[in-house]
Design a protein around this ligand. Structure first.
Ligand SMILES: NC(=O)c1ccc[n+]([C@@H]2O[C@H](COP(=O)([O-])OP(=O)(O)OC[C@H]3O[C@@H](n4cnc5c(N)ncnc54)[C@H](O)[C@@H]3O)[C@@H](O)[C@H]2O)c1
Length: 257
């Protein structure tokens, strides 16, 4: 495995939603930076294939199929991590879902529950058990939550998604304040439009969407998932030692527009 920087060498890092898109890119990038990885998502076969590919390049990788909105699955993944590697140094809470955007008064309550379950409760549960593991190790750690530009302002993603991503930024700041004295840093990404299964589904539903979104972006393009992954890797590394409670926009300048 090519050692890109070594900035995550010796770090045990958990990545959720690692079966595709930004999460899978985060696994590839973190492995290149030297991390030992635990990958979590619902699709075990995908995780196994990614883990096999990364191991073939020399990385140490485990995987755990599970649902981030299920406390049992999250706890089991953290137990596996600590039993196998002795500690948890870093986590990228990236698993998320989008819904078909609808007006608030026309949005199904079940749709609201589905988005909040994964995008908010999932991040909450992951942080809860990650913090427990980090406190138990006594050596601090770094957590990065994947929010969105929809965590900063209303977007076409719809009110349920926008509300959940705003909440993730609140959680990030609150946890950063609570655990700073224990050496645990908690940050978030305000991710912009990125090539993934999620964005491809939006483009398939609305063929004009990609062009419209590109035109609204100062860089005029969609991010490659590895560009988002590099920001997460840096925030997880000791190079970002004085950064906590922050929201890093990785959006081609969309937030400044
Ligand atoms: N793609 C974008 O334009 C964009 C923009 C801003 C933020 N984001 C955020 O980035 C994150 C990753 O999304 P992506 O774009 O890579 O899409 P994606 O659909 O390719 O990836 C989502 C990942 O989350 C996993 N996942 C979904 N529900 C889960 C659950 N209950 N338990 C465990 N894993 C689950 C999926 O299996 C998949 O691995 C999401 O949180 C999304 O909201 C994406």
């Amino acid at each position: 495995m090519k050692d890109e920087s070594g900035m995550l060498a010796g770090k045990v890092m958990l990545i959720t939603g690692a079966s595709s898109g930004i999460g899978a890119a985060a696994a590839r990038v973190a492995a290149r930076h030297g991390a030992t990885l635990v990958l979590m998502a619902r699709r075990g076969a995908r995780l196994q294939a990614l883990a096999d590919a990364l191991r073939a390049e020399g990385a140490e990788v485990s995987w755990s199929a599970g649902d981030v909105s299920d406390a049992h699955d999250v706890r089991r993944t953290l137990d596996l991590t600590v039993e196998r590697y002795g500690t948890l140094d870093a986590a990228f809470n990236n698993a998320g879902v989008a819904t078909k955007p609808a007006l608030l008064h026309e949005t199904d309550d079940a749709q609201l529950d589905a988005v909040l379950d994964v995008n908010l409760r999932g991040v909450w549960l992951c942080m809860k058990y990650q913090v427990k593991a980090m406190l138990a190790s006594g050596s601090g750690g770094a957590i990065v939550n994947n929010s969105s530009v929809a965590g900063l302002r209303a977007t076409s993603a719809g009110p349920a998604y926008v509300a959940a991503k705003h909440a993730v930024l609140g959680l990030t700041k609150s946890a950063a304040a609570q655990y700073a004295e224990h050496g645990i840093r908690v940050n978030a990404l305000a991710t912009g439009l990125t090539r993934s299964e999620m964005s491809e589904a939006v483009f398939a539903r609305d063929p004009g969407a990609e062009d419209r979104m590109r035109r609204r972006n100062p860089q005029g393009r969609v991010a490659d998932p590895e560009e988002v992954a590099q920001a997460a890797a840096w925030l997880c590394s000791d190079l970002a030692g004085f950064v906590t409670g922050a929201t890093l926009a990785v959006d081609g300048g969309a937030g400044a527009w």
